[in-house]
Ligand binder design. Structure first.
Ligand code: ADP
Ligand code: MG
Length: 686
């Protein structure tokens, strides 16, 4: 066979037929290079150990032993056969059994030595072992060291995939080093080829740690570089500068005065908006901190400068809510607000499209419907999106592209996910950041309690009392199992039993992720209208839904949620004039879990909680699915190391100071790696 290269398609490897080729494709594996970049999810220590009599029981061990007597098969009953034999070393013996694997009779030859991997039972001289993995000593390929366990799919076994990566390792000399030597030295990072070798087949646990550190650094470093390059490119784009900015006219019409943090955020945005370069700003503020009015101020500036504004929300319900709010905040100024959502009739949509093109709508509020083909603007100057993590960077870009010509609209992204500043700058590295870190005056913090199962009866009494006083209650329960991602089973079972057994006289509704949008909307609308007393839901409760009359939230199995998520959920209450409560139910939490949850009862500050979350769980959770617009990180999402993150950030800054566009020849491999990382996000280079 021809020599392997990084570009060799996997189908050219022995053992990979069409079926496996397809299955590998599902894992994103097409070439030898893909294979090398496909990292194990965990490892098994299959280092060969000595001394049967002294090996630990009930945990996987690998050891060498001689087959002392021939293996024999007996039939226990129909369809069940037992193959038994004995293996020995100088210290003891093991009775080995296999079920329905009679082929081992031929595979295990008397007088030969093999490596066995499995769990021993019993102690001392005579021990037992069921269905171990074994290989002939001297021909072993999957015992005798630390072995990788890969994420798999149907039709691809770990043993098989490990064999492929083992072969792929022969291409390591072809791997180009992306990190400059000086940088590797400064941060004590292992070389590329060595790291790839050790991430798959670690020479030791220490070698694995070094490999992970290097590869993770590389990932974070390249992410930082890519984002910085994008940011640089943005400086070359043009936007309409909003030179007229009469803030007093806007604030004068408000029923309240801006908080200091709101004023600062408006001023930061105003400075951007006044420039002929598109603003790209993330407005972060805890739930209820008053982001909407900052967005309204920006919209007002756009209108003063003869530009249209698009405001995109993730759900129809939120779009409708925003439309109402914007009308209240801006209607008096003469600014015309419109709505565009999927559930409108074709005729309504057409009318809306026409009005937009004619410039008869100044601010259009909508859902993804705003992205559709028929939508065109007369002069789009500002795009606002709410709840950032529901939109990909590409969707933002699609909307921005609707401004037409060479001009780009300004972009404001609002997010209630409190992310520590360091991390935000990293994740949203292409955005500038404004933070509203102060709540409007007069809010009473949500009183939060952590209680156990023994308090359930009293809790139900408390729910009843709130409802009797005319309030409404959220009860959140997590999905019951893996299959129940949408939480349908959990919410239905629990909701029904609540309605039938606990609150037969109250109006209980259920909402979960499997409901059709129309059904979901109907349930939510009934809650908003006060026609539902108790809403049982999974975490699908609309982000940002505003029901000031709801003042109690109960969260079942609170230990299953992350702190930031719990805080988000809690943000659904405490929006009205009534004292609000959040009750975290958790039975027999471990001391660690109790401490973790206690952080929530101690503070209402979302940023403090996010910092705590970050400390406890590392940055992993902040990457990944939620930030769908960014490149997927392979290692950084597995392991949290803030120090490494900071180092990578600093290193990226230093390198760009010296070579702003990564054009120096010695940085070519690095540039290639950055481009590869952002391959699926090519649009964010636009
Ligand atoms: P969020 O940041 O969660 O989107 P909103 O913009 O919906 O918050 O504001 C929450 C509530 O606070 C709204 O009812 C809004 O009218 C009110 N609000 C916002 N800013 C102020 C302020 N400066 N003073 C008083 N109330 C305010
Ligand atoms: Mg909001």
């Amino acid at each position: 066979m021809a020599e392997l290269t990084l570009h060799t398609p996997l189908s050219a490897l022995a053992g990979v037929g069409p079926a496996r080729e397809k299955a590998l494709g599902k894992l994103g594996l097409f070439t030898v290079a893909d294979l090398l970049a496909y990292f194990p999810r965990e490892y098994e220590d299959r280092t060969v150990r000595e001394g049967i009599a002294t090996l630990p029981a009930e945990e996987p061990v690998c050891f060498s032993a001689l087959v002392a007597e021939p293996f024999r098969t007996s039939y226990i009953r129909r369809g069940m056969e037992l193959t038994k034999g004995r293996i020995v070393d100088g210290t003891g013996q093991v009775d080995v059994t296999f079920f329905n694997q009679s082929y081992v009779r031929q595979a295990l030859q008397v007088g030969e030595t093999y490596y066995f991997y499995g769990k021993l039972t019993g102690a001392g001289y005579r021990r037992q072992m069921a269905s171990p993995y074994f290989e002939k000593a001297g021909q072993a390929s999957f015992t005798g060291g630390i072995m990788p366990v890969y994420p798999l799919t149907a039709g691809i076994a770990n043993r098989f995939l490990s064999g492929l990566t083992r072969r792929a390792l022969s291409c390591l000399p072809q791997i180009r080093e992306t990190l400059p030597a000086g940088l590797r030295e400064a941060y004590q990072l292992a070389p590329a080829a060595e790291s790839y070798a050790n991430i798959h087949y670690p020479a030791s646990w220490g070698a694995l740690a070094k490999a992970r550190r290097r590869l993770m650094f590389e990932e974070l470093f390249c992410l930082n570089l890519g984002l910085a390059l994008i940011r640089g490119r943005r400086g070359e784009q043009q936007a309409i500068p909003f030179v007229k900015q009469n803030l007093a006219a806007f604030t004068g019409s408000l029923p309240f005065s801006l908080t200091g943090a709101q004023r600062r955020s408006v001023e930061e945005a105003a400075a951007d908006l006044g420039r002929p370069v598109p603003m790209n700003r993330l407005l972060q503020g805890d739930v209820g901190s008053g982001k909407t009015v900052v967005a309204a101020a920006c919209a007002y500036f756009a209108w003063q400068n003869g530009c249209q504004v698009a405001l995109m929300a993730p759900t129809e319900l939120l779009a409708q809510q925003h439309r109402r709010t914007m009308e209240e905040l801006l209607g008096g100024t003469g600014l015309r607000v419109g709505l565009l959502i999927g559930s409108m009739t074709a005729a309504q949509k057409r009318a809306c499209h026409e009005a937009l093109e004619a410039g008869e709508i100044d601010l259009i509020v909508g859902t993804h419907a705003l992205l559709s083909q028929g939508v065109a603007f007369r002069r789009l100057g500002l795009v606002i999106t709410d709840e950032q993590h529901r939109f990909g960077v590409d969707q933002r870009a699609a909307l921005a592209a609707k401004s037409g010509g060479d001009l780009r609209p300004h972009v404001l992204v609002m997010s209630a996910t409190p992310i520590p500043r360091t991390l935000a700058l990293m994740i949203y590295g292409d955005l500038d950041l404004s933070v509203i870190d102060e709540l409007p005056p007069g809010r009473t913090p949500v009183a939060t309690y952590l209680v156990g199962e023994d308090k359930r009866r009293r809790l139900y009494g408390f729910v009843r009392k709130q409802v009797a006083q005319g309030r409404q209650v959220y009860i959140v329960c997590p999905a019951v199992d893996q299959e129940d991602q949408a939480g349908m089973k959990a919410a239905q079972q629990y909701g029904r039993s609540l309605q039938e057994e606990v609150f037969p006289d109250l109006r209980v509704s259920i909402v979960h992720g499997k409901l059709r949008p129309k059904e979901k909307q109907a349930v939510m609308a009934s809650f908003v209208a006060g026609q539902t007393d108790v809403l049982v839901s999974t975490t699908v409760i609309e982000v940002g839904v505003d029901v000031p009359n709801a003042n109690l939230m109960v969260i079942e199995n609170a230990e299953r949620f992350g702190l930031s998520q719990l805080h988000q959920l809690r943000g659904r209450v405490g929006r009205g004039k009534h004292q609000s409560y959040c009750v975290l139910l958790s039975d027999h939490p471990s001391e660690g879990t109790r401490q973790r949850l206690k952080a929530l009862t101690a503070t209402n500050d979302g940023f403090a909680i996010a910092e705590e979350d970050l400390k406890q769980r590392g940055p992993g959770d902040f990457f990944g699915a939620r930030q769908s617009g960014l490149p997927q990180l392979k290692l950084a999402s597995l392991e949290g190391d803030m120090r490494l993150l900071h180092q990578a950030q600093g290193a990226a800054r230093d390198l760009l100071a010296q070579d702003p566009h990564l054009r120096q020849p010695e940085h070519a491999p690095l540039r290639g790696r950055v481009e590869q990382l952002f391959r699926e996000n090519r649009d964010i280079f636009n």
